[in-house]
Design a protein around this ligand. Structure first.
Ligand code: ADP
Ligand code: MG
Length: 343
């Protein structure tokens, strides 16, 4: 075949498929938008694991009616102007891609009302374009993002999703639990409409440990160790909440936030596994929440469209610090245990 340029529609769909790998990714993007908008309360609702419908409602700053037609357009953002701004970006968003991507793989409706606007306005998007004008609608201060029929035009993905439905539902809950714990002063909830069940709720809880208890379990929270991390020379600060050897979970839960971004890291996971190998019996898994912050110039958040991967400077040195700290705390627990075994 001769070389031909892909049509814009194909380009958009490919890009969208990368940003919205599954409902959990989309929901993560929308939660981040709500946090960027200064929301205090973020309510997520899903039907059929988000495939049939998901909705995020927040009480943030809202989108003025005149901006609504641009909200779902690719590379349209209120957060970034110059590429050089990226190094000290204070917001989650910067690519202007999430809403547009979602509208390429699902039916997107945005309803929004800034406080200063008398009524809410609603607009629909399909394929990165507004589907008609913004019209007045009932709505409270803040924004409601409603997505229907995700992957309706991506048969393969829909099928694979159906086959792994439970796993993907758990992913959504996992994202919301992670944000509940990290943003201890915000209220999050996840309601599964088809089950009439509130799966996660972190409203008005006093501290992180209590949130861990409510979003995970009392078993986790009562076995939590916690310590601060700090390396002034490289400007790294943080904290870590991790279960002692008294806890043994079925699945390794690892929540990592770097500069407030929820990320995944194979390297960090491996380090934790090595640390715990010494302290946990075979088959027992720990629970870990790691929160790191470092100068924006030391971290590249633009590694992947889902923003789930980041690269940062001094990574080996930081990992070493984490490992040492955990070892310090985990040793006494181990000795305690041995001591109680001795009659
Ligand atoms: P980005 O977050 O990278 O800017 P998005 O596609 O996620 O791109 O959002 C596009 C724009 O829509 C944002 O820049 C913001 O102005 C607006 N927006 C999206 N979600 C919200 C929200 N929940 N509250 C207020 N504004 C929002
Ligand atoms: Mg965004």
């Amino acid at each position: 075949m001769p070389i031909r340029k892909l049509s814009q529609d194909v380009i958009n769909k490919i890009a969208a498929g990368e940003v919205v790998q599954r409902p959990a990714n989309a929901i993560k993007e929308l939660i981040e938008n709500s946090i960027d908008a200064g929301a205090k309360t973020i309510k997520v609702k899903t039907k059929k694991g988000g495939l049939e419908m998901f909705q995020i409602e927040d009480d943030g700053c809202g989108i003025p009616m005149e901006d609504l037609p641009l909200a779902g357009v690719r590379f349209a953002t209120s957060k970034l102007q110059e590429y050089t701004d990226l190094k000290d970006i204070g917001s989650f968003g910067f690519r202007g891609e999430a809403l547009a991507s979602i509208s390429h793989v699902g039916h997107l409706t945005i309803t929004s009302k800034p406080v200063a606007q008398e009524v809410a306005y609603k607009i629909q998007f399909d394929g990165g374009k507004p589907n008609g004008e913004a019209i007045p609608s009932a709505g409270r201060n803040g924004t409601v993002i409603h997505v229907k029929d995700l992957f309706h035009n991506m048969g393969m993905r829909q099928k694979s999703y159906n086959a792994n439905e439970e796993q993907f539902k758990e992913k959504i809950a996992e994202v919301i639990r992670a944000y509940s714990i990290h943003y201890e002063n915000l209220n999050f909830s996840l309601f599964r409409i088809d089950k009439s069940q509130t799966q996660v709720r972190s409203w008005n809880l006093p501290d992180r440990k209590t949130i861990i208890q409510h979003t995970y379990s009392k078993e986790v929270s009562s076995n939590i160790l916690t310590t601060k991390l700090s390396d002034e020379e490289i400007g790294v600060k943080g904290e870590i909440f991790f279960t002692s050897s008294g806890y043994s979970g079925k699945k390794f839960i690892l929540l990592i936030f770097v500069n407030n971004r929820l990320i995944e890291s194979k390297q960090i996971k491996q380090i934790m596994e090595t640390v715990y190998e010494e302290y946990l019996p075979k088959g027992a898994r720990p629970w870990v929440y790691l929160n790191l912050s470092m100068p924006g110039k030391n971290i590249d958040v633009n590694v992947h469209p889902t923003k789930m991967e980041v690269q940062f400077l001094h990574d080996e040195r930081i990992y070493e610090m984490i490992k040492k700290k955990m070892d310090m705390f985990l040793i006494p627990t181990k000795e305690d245990r041995t001591m109680t075994v001795v009659p």
